[in-house]
Design a protein around this ligand. Structure first.
Ligand code: NCD
Ligand code: ZN
Length: 346
């Protein structure tokens, strides 16, 4: 007898779609399974104003495959020049669902991010007032701090002070990678949540570095030790409302990944749902898959639950493409390193 599970159509609460040819190539990989996604604003140049977000949303809608039903949930890239009134208007119109904070230099296209938190105080005050969430890339960028410690140090030296200084601000700790991140998320009330990626449930730092360097496993925050991966799996499958899926699917063409200075990002849009079903089955938590992918994120963002459904069925080994071809070049699909058996029914 084949095992089957039906859930509300999932939401991806942290997604990079890029623009132009890459957007066109990768968008179907998300819309095939997902109803909505929080769209990251780290384009070049970044999506800073409401007008930028409206124009980007239009480009996404224009790139949708025939017949796709998909709602992009737009975000703004916080800079030291962001205008609180523009942010508030973008939120009031329903266009923008979150503001993204990148510490300057933390990751791909983050040079325009925040250096001096005092300079974004007025925006954060306004966001707390209107209930607009701040999505945070939680890593310090100080050169003295070891890359594997950057998330834990950020929590103590930036995130906790920032939350104390802005009571009532709704915060999403994006793509947590550590047991410290899990614990800190649990220390908050319902104004604090954390997204967890697909790949951080599968790989630890050995996968990147043992037996030859694997550029397609390199992402930021970088995968940590095994004990952290286990903490993330426990959190994701716990059913707790504060934890939800944000794949951080981050396409870069192969030429930029397989490079002397390769870009950070794992591309997981294509196989996230089969991988998650595998992980939740392994953890004896298939009954919580829907909470992680379709209930908790919508709850935090105050969105109606999705009405359409998605059915996954366990069967023969799944055959998926290794790469998605775009007009900018091929993008390699994340390889979990084992066969997947969960099929998303068409
Ligand atoms: C992301 C990207 O490529 O835009 N890369 C990544 O490794 N996750 C940026 C980010 O979310 O840090
Ligand atoms: Zn990201």
């Amino acid at each position: 007898m084949s095992l089957s599970i039906t859930i509300r159509r999932p939401d991806d609460m942290h997604l990079h779609l890029r623009d132009g040819a890459v957007l066109q190539g990768v968008l179907p990989e998300t819309t095939r399974h997902f109803a909505r996604a929080i769209i990251m604003p780290n384009l070049v140049p970044p999506v800073v104003t409401a007008a930028d977000a409206a124009a980007y949303r239009d480009r996404i809608m224009a790139a949708l495959p025939e017949g796709a039903v998909f709602e992009p949930l737009m975000t703004l890239y916080l800079t030291e020049d962001t205008d609180p009134a523009d942010v508030a208007a973008a939120h009031a119109s329903g266009l923008v669902k979150a503001v993204k904070l990148y510490p300057a230099g933390a990751t791909t296209n983050s040079h325009g991010g925040v250096r001096d938190f005092a300079r974004v105080r007025a925006v954060l005050d306004r966001m707390a007032e209107i209930g607009l969430p701040l999505c945070i890339h939680g890593e310090v960028t100080t050169p003295e701090v070891d890359i594997f410690d950057r998330e834990a140090v950020f929590i103590d030296t930036v995130l906790e002070p920032l939350r104390r200084a802005n009571p009532g601000l709704r915060v999403v700790m994006e793509h947590i990678t550590t047991a410290e991140g899990v614990a800190y998320a649990r220390s908050g009330g319902d104004d604090l949540a954390a997204t967890i990626t697909t790949h951080h449930l599968i790989i630890n730092r050995n996968h990147i570095l043992v037996g030859g360097i694997k550029p397609h496993y390199y992402c930021l925050p970088v995968a940590k030790r095994e004990e952290h991966r286990l903490a993330l799996r426990q959190a994701a499958t716990s059913g707790e409302a504060r934890f939800f899926l944000g794949t951080d699917s981050a396409p870069h063409v192969d030429a930029l990944k397989e490079h002397a200075c390769g870009c950070a990002g794992c591309f997981t849009a294509t196989n996230t749902m089969p991988i998650l079903a595998h992980v939740f089955e392994e953890m004896g938590a298939l009954d919580r898959l829907e909470a992680f992918c379709a209930l908790n994120g919508a709850g935090f963002y105050g969105l109606p639950l999705t009405e359409a459904r998605l059915t996954l069925t366990r069967g023969a080994a799944l055959e998926l493409p290794d790469k998605i071809l775009t007009e900018a070049g091929p993008v390699t699909v994340f390889d979990p390193g084992f066969a997947l058996h969960w099929h998303v029914d068409a």
